[in-house]
Ligand binder design. Sequence first.
Ligand code: IPD
Ligand code: CA
Ligand code: CA
Length: 266
Amino acid sequence: MPDIEDYAAVGIEIAKKAGEHVLARLNTRFSVSYKGVVNLVTEADLEAEELIVSRIRKAFPTHAILAEEKHKDTRVGEFCWIIDPLDGTTNYAHGFPVFSVSIGLEISGKVEWGVIYNPVLAELYTARRGAGAFCNGAAIHVSSVESLGASLLATGFPYDIQTSPANNLDNFCAFAQRSQGVRRCGSAALDFCAVAAGRFDGFWELKLNPWDCAAGYLMVEEAGGTVTDFHGQPPSIYAGEFIASNGLIHQQIVDVLESVVSNRKS
Ligand code: IPD
Ligand code: CA
Ligand code: CA
């Protein structure tokens, strides 16, 4: 009977392999198609997903898969692998080297293990529930910045930014004026990792998909941070709304998001 170490070994092996594959393809010719006006998918996304899914299916044929592009099992099982084969596709399609591979393993409805690989920096992030978060094998921890005014934050914008009023722009303005800076790097998985590693002090985003956040939110929790929804309540990877922080500035982030909501109503 395999255990979590066996799952982790396969997850790490294939995250690295997929990451190396997309990196090798970066400056080659690949086709790009559109899932929406600004929502791209490249051949590299699809190839990485095939690599990951075929390896996991071979190793664990009874496990379910929820992957961004093509493989979404409808069966509900004890184990579900949640896969973003290439997080940061817009960057990738433009040759901007900020992207990652993200794989989370949900066991009985809870994310218990995750890996995020940044092939450009050769940084492999792993987290196991209750056992910490690591980058290339070394333990990582969130920052100790105590005030929003001294913080560096990250966010992202949803693909329906051109048509939906819930586009995060008012939140962005509010935080830009209350922090040392807000970065929009283009890979939510790497934003979570940067909070976990103490590079960013906080990150918020709405309309995330489970594959954007499954591994990342565990990474932050296991690095000693706090992860909630926009009201400070426990998050769900299926609800899309996340604040991930070092814990110390968490309530200050919640307060700003709530003040933006009140301003919208007044
Ligand atoms: C996107 C990235 C981006 C975030 C978007 C995601 P994709 O994922 O994580 O940073 O702002 O919400 O959809 O499409 O590159 O896998
Ligand atoms: Ca993604
Ligand atoms: Ca993706």
